[in-house]
Design a protein around this ligand. Structure first.
Ligand code: FE2
Length: 447
């Protein structure tokens, strides 16, 4: 269900819907921790991130730190509130050095979570019952933040658990992938036109994170865009032509990164003699040549230089996704209908892994561009920056502003593990250019 499509009939019913969505989001994150063997809870599958145990406490501590004061609650464990407050994203290569013994036991963290959820839920219900919640406390917006924060972690935790060795997790069922379709033309001309980025700020309007405001319109000159994401097959050609050895294809930091990390192929690939295999969430398989390749921004940019093309800008991506031939704009590539997983694309936790490109013709944009939402985020060449009229949330000032440093790039779209509510047109994601664990694909443009 797309929450944006639910028209609130009264403040109370909207709060009821939000409470129900928070419960659903909690089960989504609880399910994810169930795939981790107890012995692996203190592992650190990604060197730049905290150990898994941090995330077990973080999702609850975040909600608590956000909602405790407005709801008039008192802290019962200030040490945990602080310990689990924030994740990390080191940009200068400084990696965390903490040890498993520095963290509390999983039992203690779970107890903290249980008490916290019980206190929060009772306070939310009581605030709603006394009619304080919606207007006075701004509870609606805070609950949206709590829900989407948790759903975002449900995705980023998947990236992290993807890197956990297969014998450290418990395999979950996954539907067999549909067979690859016949692909037609590979490129389409997008005529010059306007792209509307962001959303308009209005009292009682739809929820958006601080970086989605204010709405702004951009004139986009004509360009040509790949209809499909670059696949593992395409990327293999780049590899075979020495893509990682050709200095002129890489930026200075990108070149330094691949050499300092000895990073010479996508993180999801596994070398196997003269060829390659692929690591999915729960197994190792023959290379799925028709799946989109998942790579860092540096690698995607090197590929586009090799191909004599570019990554799209954020505005070009919008234009190709939501613009129409008649000069209008749509809410989603296919129109106004809320996203339906399995019909419009591979998203909303329906699968653990990508599928072949071009499998969802009903999800195409008016210009015929495929797979814009789902099956992998898409890198743009646009550095993450505020829109005109940006205002940080007073209750979470660093959410976006801490990343307006020219060292992060905008991603649009979504992956198989992106919740449907975050497929809205204005949603923006961002990562560092040399973080290779994201479910991030790309496509090329030409001018
Ligand atoms: Fe977080």
């Amino acid at each position: 269900m797309n929450p944006a499509a639910v028209a609130p009939t009264s403040p109370t019913s909207r709060i009821d819907q939000l409470i129900a969505r928070l419960q659903t989001a909690r089960s989504r994150s609880d399910d994810l921790f169930k795939i981790v063997l107890p012995a692996a809870l203190y592992d650190r599958p990604v060197p730049e991130r905290h150990r898994i145990i941090f995330y077990l406490g973080h999702l609850e501590a975040f909600d608590w730190n956000l909602l405790r004061e407005p709801l008039g609650l008192s802290s019962f464990d200030p040490e945990f509130d602080k310990l689990f407050a924030f994740g990390i994203d080191p940009v200068e290569g400084g990696l965390p050095t903490d040890q498993p013994k520095d963290w509390p036991t999983a039992g203690k963290v779970r107890k903290y979570n249980e008490r916290l959820d019980a206190e929060l839920d009772a306070a939310i219900r009581s605030a709603v019952a006394t009619d304080k919640g919606f207007a006075t406390l701004g509870l609606g917006q805070l609950l949206e933040v709590a829900i989407e924060h948790r759903l975002m972690h449900a995705e980023t935790l998947s990236y992290m658990l993807h890197q956990l060795p297969l014998d450290r997790k418990i395999t979950q069922p996954d539907a067999p992938p549909p067979s690859a379709p016949q692909m037609g033309a590979r490129c389409v001309e997008i005529p010059a036109g306007t792209a509307t980025l962001g959303i308009h700020r209005s009292e009682g309007g739809p929820f958006g994170w601080d970086n989605e405001f204010e709405e702004n319109r951009v004139d986009v000159p004509a360009f040509a865009m790949d209809i499909y994401n670059v696949t593992n097959r395409d990327y293999l050609r780049f590899m075979r032509e020495g893509g990682y050895e050709r200095r002129n294809l890489w930026t200075d930091p990108g070149w330094e990164w691949i050499h300092s990390q000895e990073h010479a192929y996508p993180s999801f690939w596994v070398p196997c003699g003269d060829s390659w295999r692929y690591r999915t969430m729960f197994s190792e398989i023959s290379m799925p040549l028709d799946w989109p390749v998942y790579v860092s921004h540096d690698e995607a940019s090197a590929y586009t230089r090799w191909a004599g093309k570019e990554l799209p800008s954020e505005a070009e991506w919008h234009r190709a996704a939501c613009g129409t031939r008649s000069g209008g704009e749509r809410a989603y590539p296919w129109g106004a209908e809320s996203p339906v997983a399995g019909r419009h694309g591979n998203f909303d936790f329906e699968r653990w892994d990508p599928v072949a490109v071009g499998l969802y013709p009903e999800g195409k944009s008016d210009f015929g561009v495929a797979d814009l939402l789902g099956n992998g985020w898409e890198w743009t060449r646009t550095p993450f920056a505020p829109f005109p009229g940006f205002q940080a949330f007073s209750f979470y000032p660093g959410y976006s502003a801490n990343f307006f440093d020219g060292k992060h790039f905008v991603m649009k779209g979504g992956s198989s593990r992106t919740a449907a509510c975050m497929l809205r047109r204005s949603f923006r994601n961002w990562f560092q250019p040399h973080y290779p664990y994201v479910y991030a694909a790309f496509r090329c443009v030409e001018h």
